[in-house]
Design a protein around this ligand. Structure first.
Ligand code: NDP
Length: 459
């Protein structure tokens, strides 16, 4: 008789949990995954996937305008928000089916319900006690809304993806990934958008040239960025709208108020303390390089560990876990040089160090190129692309690649391989460009900026 009901119980069927469970099942482990919502988790059901579908939908507005410069006559284009949301929901239903099938094919049992740790080897779900040799916590994160008067009236990205109607006026509080992506979606579809940020600039943590370039592009799209501001209160008005009061006493009227003020790990009421699992200062499960918690047989991956909160990172952590513990193939996730993207119009994508981070440890050479993308020479759109390379003076290694511009995520994904391999600027320079593309700029930037000067090469 086996000592436990399962070799592995995973709590949370998001991207990381599903990957770890499927692979472990494939390698012969007896696996159950417990999920209290839809299989697929944040990325597939409430995040990356539905958001990107809405980004695609919104971007057609610019395509229709740009086509005119190329000789097209575009009759007044209209958009049906409800139709887009319905199409998105249909796709999410399809994906849920795909995810369930993939788990079934890997012999993973899916248990609907909320899993809570009873002890280090026991998960209680639906009144039953299930035991496992190993337990994997992959419960993700959830939006955080700070306390303030009127908190009950605001939405987060969860609700923004399911709105019945597009708000004509929306105020978005926060200036991170989620805030700017949703601002772009609503603005492209015609909403009046205010972004309210407590800091002086959007996208904290990104390279300063990226932050400034994106802010300028968003402002060209009539997105108003209110800097050094906070929301003091949100009050409902008789006509169904809201009155948003800012700290300096200004009032903004809006049909929806969205908070995108960060996400917190889902660690509450999971029985973690009872099982002896230690949390860190940010209430995330503290783990080592093998994703092992303070309890020897309990592991955690993805946003619940608050390392790098991105889907592909969670998936890789899940893969390393399954390979190490169920395929006798020890692997550890390398969290260095993880590329990422912000799906605004134009999008942002980056890999490696920001200039500020690089200067702390290295003497650097900085290459920047700013130009009008070729497509907009005829469309007439006032949009600029910015590309930046940060190079270590001592080794010639490219430490960071940053881009704000059309197709940036598609371009940076390829460059991320080069950065991961430790490519030098000389190797970038010896790579032949593909002409005419924007991407070729990355291999044709010849002149470094004068030391420490923020000036840029204009094209
Ligand atoms: P971020 O951490 O990116 O940004 C949070 C924003 O909210 C910041 O502008 C921050 O301001 C502000 N903020 C935080 N707390 C407060 C507060 N108490 N009062 C006022 N402002 C506040 O969080 P998001 O919610 O945008 O995204 C969460 C995570 O989801 C991201 O970190 C990312 O990992 C992931 N994500 C990734 C995406 C992608 O890869 N494309 C897309 C969406 C999400 P300040 O700058 O002043 O600190």
């Amino acid at each position: 008789m086996a000592k436990y009901d399962y070799d592995l119980i995973t709590i949370g069927a998001g991207s990381g949990g599903v990957r770890a469970s499927r692979l472990s099942g494939k390698y012969g482990a007896k696996v159950a995954v417990v999920e209290n919502s839809r299989v697929g988790g944040t990325c597939v059901m409430r995040g990356c996937v539905p958001k990107k579908l809405l980004v695609f939908g919104a971007h057609f507005a610019a395509h229709f305008e740009d086509a005119v410069g190329y000789g097209w006559t575009v009759d007044e284009a209209t958009h049906d928000w409800g139709a887009m949301i319905a199409a998105k929901d249909k796709e999410l239903d399809r994906l849920q089916g795909v995810y369930n099938r993939m788990l079934r094919d890997a012999n993973v049992e899916v248990i609907a319900g909320r899993g809570v740790l009873g002890d280090a080897h026991t998960v209680e779900v639906n009144g039953k006690r299930l035991t496992a040799e190993k337990i994997l916590i992959s419960t993700g994160g959830w939006p955080v809304v700070p306390d303030f008067p009127g908190k009950e009236h605001v939405i987060t990205s969860n609700e923004a993806l399911d709105l019945k109607e597009r708000p004509k006026r929306i105020v978005i509080f926060g200036g991170g990934f989620i805030a700017v992506e949703f601002a772009g979606i609503f603005a492209a579809l015609g909403s009046e958008v205010h972004i309210v940020i407590r800091a002086g600039q959007i996208l904290r943590g990104f390279d300063e040239d990226v932050r400034a370039t994106l802010a300028s592009e968003l402002e060209k799209q009539h997105i108003k960025i209110l800097r050094d501001s906070t929301i003091r209160s949100v009050e409902p008005c008789a006509d169904g709208s809201y009155s948003v009061m800012l700290n300096m006493g200004e009032e903004i009227k809006a049909d929806k108020v969205m908070f995108a003020t960060g996400r917190a790990p889902n660690t509450a009421n999971l029985g973690l303390e009872a099982a002896g699992v230690k949390l860190n200062a940010r209430n995330a499960v503290a783990v080592d390089a093998d994703s092992r918690s303070s309890v020897e047989n309990i592991f955690a991956i993805g946003d619940v560990t608050d390392r790098i909160n991105l889907t592909p990172v969670a998936i890789n952590e899940g893969r390393c876990f399954a390979e190490t513990f169920f395929n006798n193939n020890p692997m550890q996730m390398d969290h260095a040089n993880v590329p990422s993207a912000v799906f605004t119009h134009p999008p942002v994508s980056v890999v490696g160090l920001t200039e500020e981070q690089a200067r702390k440890k290295h003497k650097v050479r900085i290459f920047i190129s700013r130009f009008k993308p070729m497509v907009h020479t005829l469309s007439g759109r006032d949009e600029r692309t910015m590309m930046k390379l940060i190079v270590d003076k001592a080794t010639d290694k490219v430490l960071g690649c940053h881009m704000v511009g059309e197709d940036a995520p598609e371009i940076i994904q390829g460059l991320a391989v080069a950065i991961k391999c430790g490519a030098t600027k000389a190797q970038f320079d010896s790579t032949v460009g593909i002409h005419p593309t924007a991407a070729e700029e990355f291999v044709t930037m010849r002149d470094a900026l004068p030391d420490k000067e923020p000036a840029t090469k204009e094209m």
